[in-house]
Design a protein. Sequence first.
Length: 248
Amino acid sequence: MPEILTCENITKRFGGLIAVNNVSFSIKEGETLGFIGPNGAGKSTMVNVMSGNLKATHGSIHMDGVEITKMPPHVRVHNGLARTYQIPRPFPELTAIASVVAAVLCGKKRKNQSFDDASSEATHYLEFVGLFSKRNVIAKDLTFYELRMLELARALATTPKLLFIDEVMAGLNPGEANAAVKLVEKAKAQFDLTIFWIEHVMAVLVEAADRIVAIHYGEKIAEGTPDEVVNNDQVIEAYLGKGWRKYA
């Protein structure tokens, strides 16, 4: 499979603190790549650099062979990269449908698209995530699970090729978490996506991911198949613990 995104020697410093240190990996077109590490390992910083929310101190990022290292987030979206957030970031006073319309209009460049056409597209994505009946509810009145689904709908509405999923299960009860995971997997198949997935529930990534990258203290410590990574001594010591399978 060709590589859709490549990170080469990414370093991010905040003053004297090195949050990410010389990390390199690639994401192959059509795969699900898991990204793991303990709290404070540098996962969120890495994702923020990849999505353009933060600028890399050193290193380069290429998507489809084009360097995007210095591109602002909205340009990366136009190139087919979208993300969700661990803590949902809604427009609190907008309705669900208006929120997704905004994503449609701000996604890959669509020349001369009317508001009616954007609304029609937005309805499709709300139906996909199960929020059609809540289309006229303002975001601040949605439940936490519904906000997570709105995040996913907005990301999909930008018509990405590469989607970053940031801990979709966090804060959800078991039934909601299971539904969210199934929806991500359904979205991958239906919209022909490549997925970059951060998740603390290892059992999910072991099943869903084709490969996993593990980082600790800002450095990559392992990369390989799920089985290779979860049996890696450094990963077990730094993150999983020897008895992790009992609690997965």
